[in-house]
Design a protein around this ligand. Structure first.
Ligand SMILES: NC(=O)c1ccc[n+]([C@@H]2O[C@H](COP(=O)([O-])OP(=O)(O)OC[C@H]3O[C@@H](n4cnc5c(N)ncnc54)[C@H](O)[C@@H]3O)[C@@H](O)[C@H]2O)c1
Length: 268
Protein backbone atom coordinates (compact mmCIF):
# COMPACT_ATOMS: atom_id res chain seq x y z
CA UNK A 1 0.00 0.00 0.00
CA UNK A 2 1.31 3.42 -0.95
CA UNK A 3 0.37 6.83 0.37
CA UNK A 4 -0.77 9.50 -2.07
CA UNK A 5 -1.94 13.08 -1.66
CA UNK A 6 -4.56 14.40 -4.10
CA UNK A 7 -5.84 17.99 -4.11
CA UNK A 8 -9.29 18.79 -5.47
CA UNK A 9 -10.31 15.40 -4.11
CA UNK A 10 -13.89 16.43 -3.31
CA UNK A 11 -15.08 16.62 -6.93
CA UNK A 12 -14.58 15.68 -10.56
CA UNK A 13 -11.16 14.48 -11.69
CA UNK A 14 -9.64 14.71 -8.18
CA UNK A 15 -12.45 12.62 -6.68
CA UNK A 16 -12.11 10.07 -9.51
CA UNK A 17 -8.33 9.90 -8.93
CA UNK A 18 -8.80 9.37 -5.18
CA UNK A 19 -11.43 6.68 -5.80
CA UNK A 20 -9.26 4.89 -8.34
CA UNK A 21 -6.16 4.88 -6.09
CA UNK A 22 -8.23 3.69 -3.12
CA UNK A 23 -9.79 0.90 -5.16
CA UNK A 24 -6.23 -0.15 -6.07
CA UNK A 25 -5.58 -0.51 -2.30
CA UNK A 26 -3.69 2.69 -1.53
CA UNK A 27 -4.08 5.28 1.19
CA UNK A 28 -5.12 8.64 -0.24
CA UNK A 29 -5.13 11.91 1.67
CA UNK A 30 -7.51 14.29 -0.06
CA UNK A 31 -7.08 18.05 0.22
CA UNK A 32 -9.93 20.38 -0.71
CA UNK A 33 -12.10 23.25 0.50
CA UNK A 34 -14.59 20.75 1.91
CA UNK A 35 -15.74 17.13 2.04
CA UNK A 36 -12.38 15.34 2.24
CA UNK A 37 -9.52 14.57 4.66
CA UNK A 38 -7.71 17.91 4.83
CA UNK A 39 -9.71 21.13 4.57
CA UNK A 40 -7.60 23.92 3.12
CA UNK A 41 -7.91 26.93 0.86
CA UNK A 42 -5.15 26.51 -1.70
CA UNK A 43 -5.64 29.99 -3.18
CA UNK A 44 -3.31 31.53 -0.58
CA UNK A 45 0.24 30.84 0.58
CA UNK A 46 -1.03 30.51 4.17
CA UNK A 47 -3.69 27.98 3.13
CA UNK A 48 -1.09 25.95 1.22
CA UNK A 49 1.31 26.01 4.19
CA UNK A 50 -1.51 24.84 6.48
CA UNK A 51 -2.31 21.97 4.09
CA UNK A 52 1.34 20.88 3.95
CA UNK A 53 1.58 21.04 7.77
CA UNK A 54 -1.57 18.93 8.18
CA UNK A 55 -0.45 16.30 5.64
CA UNK A 56 2.96 16.15 7.33
CA UNK A 57 1.24 15.43 10.67
CA UNK A 58 -0.81 12.63 9.09
CA UNK A 59 2.05 10.64 7.52
CA UNK A 60 5.20 8.91 8.78
CA UNK A 61 7.78 11.17 7.14
CA UNK A 62 7.06 10.16 3.55
CA UNK A 63 4.50 10.07 0.77
CA UNK A 64 4.78 8.13 -2.49
CA UNK A 65 2.90 10.42 -4.82
CA UNK A 66 1.14 13.71 -5.23
CA UNK A 67 -1.48 14.89 -7.74
CA UNK A 68 -2.33 18.61 -7.86
CA UNK A 69 -5.85 18.49 -9.28
CA UNK A 70 -7.62 21.37 -7.50
CA UNK A 71 -8.55 24.14 -9.90
CA UNK A 72 -11.19 26.66 -10.83
CA UNK A 73 -12.75 27.44 -14.19
CA UNK A 74 -12.59 30.79 -15.93
CA UNK A 75 -15.63 32.99 -16.40
CA UNK A 76 -16.51 36.69 -16.40
CA UNK A 77 -17.44 36.27 -12.73
CA UNK A 78 -14.25 34.47 -11.65
CA UNK A 79 -11.63 36.82 -10.14
CA UNK A 80 -8.35 36.26 -11.98
CA UNK A 81 -6.42 36.54 -8.69
CA UNK A 82 -8.30 33.58 -7.31
CA UNK A 83 -7.81 31.57 -10.50
CA UNK A 84 -4.06 32.32 -10.66
CA UNK A 85 -3.75 31.61 -6.94
CA UNK A 86 -5.38 28.18 -7.12
CA UNK A 87 -4.48 26.94 -10.60
CA UNK A 88 -0.79 27.76 -10.65
CA UNK A 89 0.50 28.92 -7.27
CA UNK A 90 -1.65 26.53 -5.21
CA UNK A 91 -0.44 23.56 -7.25
CA UNK A 92 3.23 24.52 -7.16
CA UNK A 93 3.21 25.56 -3.47
CA UNK A 94 1.77 22.20 -2.49
CA UNK A 95 4.25 20.32 -4.66
CA UNK A 96 7.20 22.26 -3.27
CA UNK A 97 5.91 21.94 0.29
CA UNK A 98 5.43 18.18 -0.05
CA UNK A 99 8.69 17.65 -1.92
CA UNK A 100 10.72 16.61 1.18
CA UNK A 101 8.07 13.95 1.95
CA UNK A 102 8.10 12.80 -1.69
CA UNK A 103 11.89 12.51 -1.67
CA UNK A 104 11.55 9.90 1.11
CA UNK A 105 8.84 7.93 -0.74
CA UNK A 106 9.03 4.69 -2.71
CA UNK A 107 9.43 5.40 -6.44
CA UNK A 108 7.85 8.82 -5.87
CA UNK A 109 5.90 10.65 -8.55
CA UNK A 110 4.11 13.97 -8.87
CA UNK A 111 1.46 14.89 -11.42
CA UNK A 112 0.29 18.42 -12.19
CA UNK A 113 -2.92 19.13 -14.09
CA UNK A 114 -2.59 21.35 -17.15
CA UNK A 115 -5.31 21.68 -19.83
CA UNK A 116 -5.70 21.42 -23.58
CA UNK A 117 -6.91 25.05 -23.52
CA UNK A 118 -3.16 25.75 -23.71
CA UNK A 119 -3.09 24.63 -27.33
CA UNK A 120 -6.58 25.47 -28.63
CA UNK A 121 -7.39 28.83 -27.01
CA UNK A 122 -5.83 31.51 -29.22
CA UNK A 123 -3.50 34.32 -28.17
CA UNK A 124 -3.41 33.88 -24.40
CA UNK A 125 -0.77 36.09 -22.72
CA UNK A 126 2.52 34.20 -22.67
CA UNK A 127 4.03 36.83 -20.35
CA UNK A 128 1.50 35.78 -17.72
CA UNK A 129 2.77 32.19 -17.93
CA UNK A 130 6.35 33.51 -17.62
CA UNK A 131 5.43 35.56 -14.52
CA UNK A 132 3.97 32.41 -12.94
CA UNK A 133 7.09 30.41 -13.74
CA UNK A 134 9.19 33.20 -12.20
CA UNK A 135 7.09 32.89 -9.03
CA UNK A 136 5.94 36.49 -9.48
CA UNK A 137 2.27 36.31 -8.47
CA UNK A 138 1.77 40.08 -8.35
CA UNK A 139 3.00 40.53 -11.94
CA UNK A 140 0.82 37.63 -13.07
CA UNK A 141 -2.19 39.30 -11.43
CA UNK A 142 -1.37 42.68 -12.98
CA UNK A 143 -1.03 41.19 -16.48
CA UNK A 144 -4.36 39.35 -16.12
CA UNK A 145 -6.24 42.39 -14.82
CA UNK A 146 -5.43 44.32 -17.99
CA UNK A 147 -8.05 42.13 -19.70
CA UNK A 148 -10.94 43.54 -17.61
CA UNK A 149 -13.90 41.16 -17.45
CA UNK A 150 -11.97 38.68 -19.64
CA UNK A 151 -9.13 38.48 -17.09
CA UNK A 152 -9.70 34.95 -15.81
CA UNK A 153 -10.57 33.72 -19.33
CA UNK A 154 -7.16 34.91 -20.58
CA UNK A 155 -5.40 33.77 -17.40
CA UNK A 156 -6.72 30.20 -17.43
CA UNK A 157 -4.68 28.80 -20.37
CA UNK A 158 -1.67 30.87 -19.27
CA UNK A 159 -1.69 29.30 -15.79
CA UNK A 160 -2.18 25.85 -17.29
CA UNK A 161 0.69 26.42 -19.75
CA UNK A 162 2.86 27.52 -16.83
CA UNK A 163 1.97 24.24 -15.10
CA UNK A 164 3.08 22.27 -18.17
CA UNK A 165 6.28 24.35 -18.48
CA UNK A 166 7.01 23.83 -14.77
CA UNK A 167 6.63 20.06 -15.18
CA UNK A 168 8.90 20.01 -18.23
CA UNK A 169 11.58 22.47 -17.17
CA UNK A 170 11.89 21.34 -13.55
CA UNK A 171 11.59 17.59 -14.09
CA UNK A 172 15.37 17.05 -14.42
CA UNK A 173 15.92 18.66 -11.05
CA UNK A 174 13.16 16.56 -9.45
CA UNK A 175 14.34 13.26 -10.91
CA UNK A 176 17.78 13.84 -9.43
CA UNK A 177 15.95 13.41 -6.11
CA UNK A 178 14.21 10.35 -7.56
CA UNK A 179 10.87 12.16 -8.02
CA UNK A 180 9.19 11.79 -11.42
CA UNK A 181 7.35 14.95 -12.41
CA UNK A 182 4.83 14.98 -15.27
CA UNK A 183 1.65 16.79 -16.28
CA UNK A 184 -1.71 15.71 -17.65
CA UNK A 185 -3.62 18.06 -19.96
CA UNK A 186 -7.29 17.08 -19.95
CA UNK A 187 -9.67 18.22 -22.62
CA UNK A 188 -13.35 18.89 -22.02
CA UNK A 189 -14.29 16.50 -19.21
CA UNK A 190 -17.77 16.03 -17.81
CA UNK A 191 -17.40 17.23 -14.20
CA UNK A 192 -19.23 19.71 -11.94
CA UNK A 193 -16.79 22.34 -13.31
CA UNK A 194 -18.00 21.98 -16.89
CA UNK A 195 -21.61 21.12 -16.01
CA UNK A 196 -22.06 24.54 -14.44
CA UNK A 197 -21.35 26.10 -17.87
CA UNK A 198 -24.28 24.21 -19.40
CA UNK A 199 -26.71 26.23 -17.26
CA UNK A 200 -25.99 29.35 -19.35
CA UNK A 201 -27.63 28.98 -22.81
CA UNK A 202 -24.89 30.99 -24.59
CA UNK A 203 -22.08 29.01 -22.95
CA UNK A 204 -24.03 25.78 -23.52
CA UNK A 205 -24.22 26.48 -27.28
CA UNK A 206 -20.47 27.19 -27.43
CA UNK A 207 -19.83 23.94 -25.55
CA UNK A 208 -22.00 21.98 -27.99
CA UNK A 209 -20.01 23.44 -30.90
CA UNK A 210 -16.73 22.61 -29.17
CA UNK A 211 -17.84 19.04 -28.42
CA UNK A 212 -18.75 18.52 -32.08
CA UNK A 213 -15.10 19.24 -33.04
CA UNK A 214 -13.63 16.59 -30.72
CA UNK A 215 -12.42 13.65 -32.86
CA UNK A 216 -13.62 11.17 -30.22
CA UNK A 217 -17.08 12.72 -30.63
CA UNK A 218 -17.81 13.24 -26.95
CA UNK A 219 -16.69 14.76 -23.65
CA UNK A 220 -14.22 12.85 -21.52
CA UNK A 221 -15.17 11.20 -18.23
CA UNK A 222 -13.32 11.97 -14.98
CA UNK A 223 -12.25 8.31 -14.65
CA UNK A 224 -10.58 8.51 -18.10
CA UNK A 225 -8.33 11.32 -16.84
CA UNK A 226 -7.87 9.66 -13.44
CA UNK A 227 -6.57 6.46 -15.05
CA UNK A 228 -3.74 8.42 -16.75
CA UNK A 229 -2.94 10.28 -13.53
CA UNK A 230 -2.88 6.92 -11.71
CA UNK A 231 -0.59 5.43 -14.36
CA UNK A 232 1.84 8.35 -13.95
CA UNK A 233 1.77 8.00 -10.16
CA UNK A 234 2.28 4.26 -10.25
CA UNK A 235 4.94 1.63 -10.92
CA UNK A 236 4.31 1.27 -14.70
CA UNK A 237 5.70 4.70 -15.62
CA UNK A 238 9.13 4.65 -13.97
CA UNK A 239 10.94 6.14 -17.00
CA UNK A 240 8.32 8.80 -17.80
CA UNK A 241 9.80 12.14 -16.76
CA UNK A 242 8.84 15.66 -17.81
CA UNK A 243 6.03 14.65 -20.17
CA UNK A 244 2.71 16.34 -20.78
CA UNK A 245 -0.02 13.80 -21.56
CA UNK A 246 -3.02 15.15 -23.47
CA UNK A 247 -6.20 13.30 -22.51
CA UNK A 248 -8.60 15.16 -24.77
CA UNK A 249 -10.25 12.85 -27.28
CA UNK A 250 -7.77 13.91 -29.96
CA UNK A 251 -8.47 17.62 -30.31
CA UNK A 252 -4.93 18.84 -29.60
CA UNK A 253 -3.60 16.42 -32.23
CA UNK A 254 -6.30 17.43 -34.72
CA UNK A 255 -5.61 21.15 -34.34
CA UNK A 256 -1.84 21.11 -33.84
CA UNK A 257 -0.71 17.77 -35.27
CA UNK A 258 2.56 18.98 -36.82
CA UNK A 259 3.55 21.60 -34.24
CA UNK A 260 5.40 18.95 -32.27
CA UNK A 261 7.86 17.25 -32.57
CA UNK A 262 9.96 19.89 -34.23
CA UNK A 263 13.72 20.03 -34.81
CA UNK A 264 15.99 21.55 -32.23
CA UNK A 265 17.22 24.84 -33.67
CA UNK A 266 20.77 25.88 -33.03
CA UNK A 267 23.32 28.12 -34.67
CA UNK A 268 25.79 26.39 -37.00
N1 LIG B 1 -13.27 19.48 -16.47
C1 LIG B 1 -12.56 19.85 -17.52
O1 LIG B 1 -13.07 19.90 -18.66
C2 LIG B 1 -11.11 20.20 -17.38
C3 LIG B 1 -10.35 20.38 -18.55
C4 LIG B 1 -8.99 20.70 -18.43
C5 LIG B 1 -8.43 20.83 -17.18
N2 LIG B 1 -9.22 20.67 -16.07
C6 LIG B 1 -8.56 20.82 -14.77
O2 LIG B 1 -8.75 19.65 -14.03
C7 LIG B 1 -8.76 19.97 -12.64
C8 LIG B 1 -9.98 19.37 -11.99
O3 LIG B 1 -11.14 19.93 -12.58
P1 LIG B 1 -12.58 19.29 -12.43
O4 LIG B 1 -13.23 19.40 -13.74
O5 LIG B 1 -12.49 17.98 -11.76
O6 LIG B 1 -13.26 20.40 -11.48
P2 LIG B 1 -14.21 20.29 -10.22
O7 LIG B 1 -14.78 21.65 -10.04
O8 LIG B 1 -15.13 19.14 -10.34
O9 LIG B 1 -13.18 19.99 -9.04
C9 LIG B 1 -12.22 20.93 -8.64
C10 LIG B 1 -11.98 20.79 -7.15
O10 LIG B 1 -11.00 21.78 -6.76
C11 LIG B 1 -11.40 22.30 -5.53
N3 LIG B 1 -10.89 23.64 -5.30
C12 LIG B 1 -11.23 24.78 -5.98
N4 LIG B 1 -10.68 25.85 -5.39
C13 LIG B 1 -9.97 25.38 -4.33
C14 LIG B 1 -9.20 26.01 -3.33
N5 LIG B 1 -9.07 27.35 -3.26
N6 LIG B 1 -8.62 25.24 -2.37
C15 LIG B 1 -8.79 23.90 -2.39
N7 LIG B 1 -9.50 23.24 -3.31
C16 LIG B 1 -10.10 23.98 -4.26
C17 LIG B 1 -12.93 22.34 -5.59
O11 LIG B 1 -13.51 22.45 -4.29
C18 LIG B 1 -13.24 21.04 -6.30
O12 LIG B 1 -13.46 19.98 -5.38
C19 LIG B 1 -8.69 21.49 -12.56
O13 LIG B 1 -7.34 21.87 -12.31
C20 LIG B 1 -9.13 21.93 -13.92
O14 LIG B 1 -8.60 23.20 -14.28
C21 LIG B 1 -10.52 20.35 -16.13
Amino acid sequence: MKTYVVTGAASGIGAATKARLESDGHRVIGVDLHSTDVTADLSTAAGCAAAVAKVTEMVEGKIDGFAAVAGVAPSVDMPSRLLIGVNYFGAVRLLEGLRPLLAEGENPSAVLISSNSTTYQPNWPTELAEACLDGDEESANTIAERFGDQASIQAYPATKAAIAYYARTRSAEYIRQGIRLNAVAPGYTDTPMTRSGLEDPVVAEAIEQFLSRIPAGRAGRPDEVASVVTYLLGPESTYVVGSVFFVDGGIDAALRGKDWPKPLEFDV
